[in-house]
Ligand binder design. Structure first.
Ligand code: GKR
Ligand code: MG
Length: 434
């Protein structure tokens, strides 16, 4: 392929395919997951007929930014990744209803125009790297400098959940409900049995903190010595966070986003003892100086989409290393392309101190021909060209058809709206909730 010359790697076409993927009724502090959640699949096709795939968030705001970028990209090269980011700044425009004002209420942290654009470009960057890797016959990790590990460890991602979506909507699964410590331990045992996970993250912020502390203690008893985390997505006050941190010091390896915003996190961290992790108050480079200066976080959980892709994830890793802050990765509802991208970059980050977390086991649908399989809680790093995944066009078309058939209700993830189906009086809780 190298002999074919650089012009062969010129982008001839970009295809955007929004999809709706099934999601179980997982509970979080804002509500419950909808039966279907949007993702966007990006395909770049090169002049020589090669191609690459990427995946990112698929809500309308992201699609609105992705479309002009897809239209502007033909004629550029999959090798010009700096050019891709510069082009995005020029053509994407401003997302609807988003300003650079700080809104720390959402589960994805601040929603600035820059961050939304970077989340979109991350899907395009992955597609370009995939195409380039395939053309050169090398894995994406080679394009990032080479892997430093052969396997990436993931943690089980435990959720309080209902057995079924409210109103009995599809999809259905056989996990049953988990609404108390026994239910959470049973869920963890199934994760351990089926995927070999030895590290466990519990999504909290759903029940009063004492109940969630009891669930963590039950996990500690069921899995002695195993790493545990609790993540209430910023639902607690500083006082509550301090109290939970004091009670669970030595039981949790870290507490994730106990309180909302850097200032509150810094006040909790000041007590010492319990490391704090975040994927909410540090989600952009602009948020780093204050957070690191005030000692608000000891672990940054990178979502490579927010941070603008795989190369910027490595830049983040370097900044964290410089300041003695650990780096790991968190995830959101996603498919196998995003997991492949996450695993490729995780393989190249030297000091990955904690297991990454992934929603993937909760997803039963995919757009790739061969799903990723966790073994002993790890994914083997693929050495196949590109991201090492192949698009399943039949599956892609059917998940896209679901998106086309949707009346718009699910095209934007809204956990509060989903909760209202069960409880018409539900409103997004004010922060702090406890
Ligand atoms: O899917 O309910 C969820 C999670 O709360 C997700 O939205 C978060 O982005 O998993 C994420 C987290 O670690 O905060
Ligand atoms: Mg989190």
């Amino acid at each position: 392929a190298a002999a074919a010359g650089a012009s062969a790697l010129t982008i001839a076409e970009v295809r955007l395919t929004p999809v709706l993927i099934s999601d179980p009724p997982l509970l979080n502090t804002q509500g419950v997951h909808q039966p279907y959640t949007p993702r966007l699949i990006v395909e770049v096709v090169t002049a020589d007929g090669g191609s690459g795939v990427g995946e990112t968030y698929g809500d309308t705001r992201y699609l609105d930014l992705a479309r002009p970028l897809a239209a502007a990209l033909p004629g550029t090269s999959v090798m010009d990744l700096n050019g891709l980011f510069a082009l995005a700044e020029t053509v994407c425009g401003e997302p609807d209803g988003v300003s650079d004002s700080v809104d720390v209420g959402g589960l994805r942290g601040v929603q600035t125009a820059d961050k939304l654009r970077l989340s979109v470009v991350s899907g395009f960057e992955a597609a370009c790297l995939d195409a380039l890797g395939k053309a050169l016959g090398v894995p994406v990790h080679t394009l990032l400098g080479g892997k430093v590990r052969d396997r990436v460890e993931y943690s089980a991602y435990l959720f309080y959940r209902w057995a079924e979506h409210p109103a009995g909507e599809t999809p259905k699964d056989d996990w049953g409900a988990a609404l108390d410590p026994e239910g959470i331990v049973a869920q963890a045992r199934r994760f351990a049995r089926d995927f070999g996970f030895t590290s466990f993250k519990l999504k909290g912020g759903v029940f009063p903190p004492d109940e969630e502390i009891a669930a963590v203690r039950a996990l500690a008893e069921a899995f002695p010595g195993r790493p545990l985390r609790l993540d209430p997505n910023g639902a607690w006050s500083v006082e509550t966070s301090r109290s939970v941190a004091a009670q669970l010091t030595g039981v949790l390896e870290y507490l994730e986003d106990p309180a909302s915003g850097t200032a509150r996190m810094a006040r909790v961290a000041a007590d010492g003892g319990m490391p704090l992790a975040t994927n909410m108050c540090v989600t952009t480079f602009a948020e780093i100086p204050e957070a690191f200066r005030t000692g608000a976080v000891q672990v940054v959980l990178c979502d490579h989409h927010y941070w603008g892709g795989l190369r910027r994830t490595r830049e983040l890793a370097a900044v964290c290393r410089t300041f003695g802050v650990s780096l790991s990765m968190h995830s959101n509802t996603h498919l196998g392309i995003s997991l492949a991208a996450m695993t490729q970059v995780a393989a190249t980050v030297p000091d990955l101190a904690y297991a990454c977390d992934s929603h993937y086991p909760w997803q039963t649908e995919d757009v790739i021909t061969s799903r990723h399989a966790f073994q002993d809680g790890h994914l083997t790093v693929s050495d196949a060209p590109g991201l090492g995944v192949e698009l399943d066009r039949t599956a892609l078309q059917s998940l896209h058809q679901r998106w086309l058939d949707d009346d718009g209700a699910m095209r934007d993830r809204d956990d509060t709206a989903a909760m209202r189906v069960a409880d018409p009086n539900w409103a997004t809780p004010t922060v702090p909730r406890w």
